[in-house]
Design a protein around this ligand. Structure first.
Ligand code: SF4
Length: 81
């Protein structure tokens, strides 16, 4: 991401296969402490009453998952998604 705005990412599948959803999401345990917002290098986390990951920008790096102090970041299994 070298430009002034975030790169938009498009998910698609070949042969009618549905693209899997992004692996990370934020659940109701989020208290909007901001730790995840600080570590996200692509500004993919929208800071609101409860933070939300914008799938158009998320790189699925897992940095937010690693730092969340209340375990509010959920990581789905890509094999099941
Ligand atoms: Fe940002 Fe990485 Fe978390 Fe996606 S997984 S929201 S890119 S810190």
């Amino acid at each position: 991401d070298l430009g002034p705005t975030n790169i938009m990412r498009l998910r698609f599948g070949f042969g009618g296969v549905e693209p899997r959803p992004i692996r990370y999401s934020i659940n109701d345990e989020c208290d909007s402490c901001g730790e995840c917002v600080e570590v996200c290098t692509v500004e993919a986390i929208i800071s609101e009453d409860q933070n939300v990951i914008d799938p158009k920008h998320c790189l699925e790096c897992g940095a937010c998952y690693d730092v969340c102090p209340v375990n509010a970041i959920q990581k789905s299994d890509s094999a099941n998604a």
